[in-house]
Design a binder for this molecule. Structure first.
Ligand SMILES: NC(=O)c1ccc[n+]([C@@H]2O[C@H](COP(=O)([O-])OP(=O)(O)OC[C@H]3O[C@@H](n4cnc5c(N)ncnc54)[C@H](OP(=O)(O)O)[C@@H]3O)[C@@H](O)[C@H]2O)c1
Length: 194
């Protein structure tokens, strides 16, 4: 039973992935979010809900105790959040990090220009890549609500393939990463529809 901490657990992708974890694995989940009363506990036997901001170092480090995987599904001040996560993981001894970023951070999308809105994403990826963590950074295309699971991966240094990707595809990949030791460790993967 893998113990997974989900940061930003009320996010769109995080909620979909929580459902897929519960339906397809026996993982024990800690859902970490601000204003936790927004979220109903879907399965109290396997799910714990913790109220917290990722930038609150003591709450974050307490939530990380005993976890095997941290899955970060955040937005906004994402470079600062990445720094806080790396510190918290060092303090609590957790090594495995799955971090949701965005396509375009390496100017890897054909026809797309460098966009400053991605600067925090670029900075957060640089921080994570220079850490000693067992990270996988995911760079998804635009999210869709299609039911399908259909995706292809591109490595850092390759041109991005695909344009959009379903939430179910991303959740499928995140669950595989969390539950398969060593899968795509220290990689930054583009994820687009095949
Ligand atoms: N939508 C797309 O097509 C697309 C494409 C590529 C990449 N992405 C990126 O993928 C990531 C996940 O997407 P999503 O749709 O799941 O995002 P989302 O619904 O906006 O969820 C992000 C979550 O991060 C939480 N958060 C932000 N700052 C936090 C903090 N300091 N402490 C704790 N939680 C914090 C937010 O919490 P609150 O609810 O409390 O604000 C929110 O629930 C985002 O970074 C997004 O930019 C999206």
């Amino acid at each position: 039973m893998t113990r997974v901490l989900i940061l930003g657990a009320n996010g769109q992708l995080a909620r979909n992935t929580t459902r897929v974890f519960l339906e397809t694995t026996d993982a024990a989940l800690t859902l970490y979010l601000r204003r936790a009363s927004r979220l109903a506990n879907p399965d109290p036997s396997r799910v714990r809900i913790v109220d917290g901001d990722v930038l609150d170092a003591s709450a974050l480090s307490a939530a990380m105790q005993g976890q095997e995987v941290v899955y970060a599904n955040l937005s906004a001040d994402i470079a600062r959040q990445a720094g806080a996560i790396i510190e918290g993981m060092h303090a609590s001894g957790v090594k495995r990090l799955i971090f949701i970023s965005s396509m375009g951070i390496y100017a890897e999308v054909p026809g797309e220009q460098y966009r400053s809105v991605l600067d925090p994403y670029r900075d957060s990826a640089a921080l994570i890549e220079k850490s000693d963590l067992d990270f996988t950074i995911l760079r998804p295309g635009w999210f869709t609500h299609e039911e399908e699971i259909d995706y292809q991966l591109t490595q850092k240094g390759e041109a991005f393939r695909g344009h959009d990707v379903s939430l179910n595809s991303l959740s499928d990949l995140i669950v595989k990463l969390a539950t398969t030791p060593g899968l795509h460790v220290r990689a930054s993967l583009g994820v687009g529809r095949a």
